[in-house]
Design a protein around this ligand. Sequence first.
Ligand code: GTP
Ligand code: MG
Length: 195
Amino acid sequence: MKVTKAEFVISAVHPGQYPKDALPEIALAGRSNVGKSSLINRLIHRKNLARTSSKPGKTQTINFYRINGELFFADMPGYGFAKVSKSVRAAWGRMVEGYLTTRDMLKGAIQVIDLRHPPTRDDVAMYEWLTYHQIPVIVAATKADKISRGRWPKHLKQVREGLDIDPGDSLVLFSADTGQGKEELWTAIRRLAKS
Ligand code: GTP
Ligand code: MG
């Protein structure tokens, strides 16, 4: 997909701030520091429109990016970050759950998984939760640049089996560093946005 315009719209902490454009929205879910914001930047070929960090917990609000005036990416805080207090974690959980369960324009989620490792318990819980709520998921297995090409199939299988991915959901091998999987991911996103 040719991205001609990508705009940061708002860092929202409560529903009143969510965009009122009524465009399709695709949420980014994934473990803290897995590479959600980097994935957005690669998709829209911008270096740092979505703020990234080598420290986990960078994204603490739901950040909306409007792409080509056609759709929104909703970049969400990551889960599984032990260093925040329980009460902060609970508040994040409520915000994310509230968004995911009540947002009319939400067409689906991209769940970002680290290709190098088996999905964590939090990854599995997130995927099950999304599936239970009938939210279509694109699983993006990222950081593919960190392992050799020859080992990709084995690691993809590990992700597919670890999450028990539904046949209706896509699994895309991705790297924010090299751009591997970018077009395949866009194809899956466009399909979701139109659904
Ligand atoms: P939170 O907002 O804290 O939940 O993190 P995030 O999931 O948005 O992760 P972010 O995009 O900030 O990336 C975290 C770190 O991983 C950064 O140091 C990135 O440079 C690195 N990273 C992200 N994607 C890739 C990738 O595909 N390959 C490599 N090698 N590094 C990556
Ligand atoms: Mg982030």
